[in-house]
Design a protein around this ligand. Structure first.
Ligand SMILES: [Zn+2]
Length: 98
């Protein structure tokens, strides 16, 4: 018997969700979304996914925050630990084969 873990649960939710956007799609459409270049239907699906998926919502917030730091020309120091945790977060949430 396999133990149901969070990752499997997320896959099941995605299967049940049918044509709704996956986390991978959200990642792919992120820049278009922020630039406002998604068509109406895709944008609505994107926002529905964000509403239901705390991980992607958090990712979008972090992305926006990062972009604002880069655009502000502020120099910040990022510790190795933050880099490691960010990489682990991205791998965990967007690498389906992991
Ligand atoms: Zn998601």
């Amino acid at each position: 018997m396999r133990i149901l873990n969070k990752k499997m649960l997320a896959r099941i939710q995605r299967l049940v969700a049918g044509n709704r956007l996956s986390c991978e799609s959200v990642n792919r459409f992120l820049i278009d979304y922020l630039e406002g270049s998604l068509d109406e239907r895709t944008r609505a699906s994107f926002e529905t996914h964000l509403h239901d998926c705390p991980n992607c919502e958090r990712f979008l917030d972090q992305y926006r925050h990062t972009v604002s730091i880069v655009q502000s020309d502020t120099e910040i120091e990022i510790s190795d630990d933050v880099v490691r945790r960010t990489a682990a977060f991205l791998k965990h949430h967007f690498d389906d084969d992991a």
